[in-house]
Design a protein around this ligand. Structure first.
Ligand code: PEP
Length: 257
């Protein structure tokens, strides 16, 4: 892995404004270890409150779970990249499998959103991952490489170097998921690193993360892989205590005192 180690969470569809504020105030008063890049992705409704609760000097980056690719206008129920940036987002999650499965997100809309995020000065966090049948057929690498190539298709090679990519196998995510083993993750992440280098003129993307049932028991092992630069966590980091424990594990795995 390269430093810093990225360690972040999406709160998904959880937390009221008051709950978001309490979480952020908790992690803001804790001493975060050196060597990590923490990030938190609230729901849209609590993003501005999280921003307001975060001290200016905090290293924690805030993100949005989604935003539309269009600039503004007739998009009922949507928010633009500029709007989430205005509410405090520095990064934006794009193409999470729940959005691909249930909200008609396609490779094409993911690419449009990655383009719009960069244009708005936001860091795209592009999520890719294969369904269980593809995994069992041994075709995960081809599947997610194709997702990544499509997602980066509207960015210049220089812009690709600012992108975060999260490998999140669909079968590993959520309460019915089985965490991928380091042996399952390593070849996929290695190929994604290669693809990112190829399309960025040799530089690679900003960081490659693994996500899917990460917890305190498996986090350190998942970070042993040379190409895995961090972890993208759901449930295990929905409490500030869980987030801080994972941050400490990540710092230790990176050998940061
Ligand atoms: C996710 O949904 O992206 C995720 C990583 O969730 P969990 O850690 O809860 O499996």
């Amino acid at each position: 892995m390269k430093l810093p180690v990225w360690i972040g969470t999406s709160w998904k569809m959880t937390k009221t404004i008051a709950e978001a504020r309490a979480y952020i105030e908790h992690i803001a008063t804790a001493e975060l270890p050196a060597g990590i890049q923490p990030f938190v992705i609230p729901a849209h409704t609590s993003l501005a409150a999280a921003r307001d609760a975060l001290p200016a000097e905090s290293p924690v980056l805030l993100g949005a779970q989604n935003a539309h690719w269009g600039p503004e206008g007739a998009g009922t129920g949507e928010v633009s990249m500029r709007m989430v940036g205005d509410a405090g987002a520095r990064l934006v999650e794009i193409g999470h499998s729940e959005r691909r499965q249930h909200h008609a997100e396609t490779d094409e809309t993911v690419a449009l959103k990655a383009r719009a995020a960069v244009d708005a000065g936001l860091m795209p966090l592009i999520c890719v991952g294969e369904p269980v049948d593809v995994h069992e057929a041994g075709e995960a690498i081809e599947f997610v490489s194709s997702q990544v190539r499509a997602a980066l298709g509207r960015l210049s090679s220089t812009e690709v170097s600012g992108v975060l990519i999260a490998y999140e196998p669909i079968w590993a995510i959520g309460e019915h998921g089985r965490p991928a083993t380091p042996t399952e993750v390593a070849p996929v992440v290695s190929e994604l690193a290669r693809v990112a280098r190829e399309v960025s003129g040799g530089v690679g993307c900003r960081a490659l993360l693994y996500g899917g049932s990460v917890d305190e028991a498996n986090a350190a092992d998942l970070l042993l892989d040379a190409n895995t630069d961090g972890l993208f966590v759901g449930r295990a980091a929905w409490t500030p205590e869980g987030f801080l424990r994972l941050a400490a594990i990540a710092a230790e795995a990176a050998g940061v005192p």
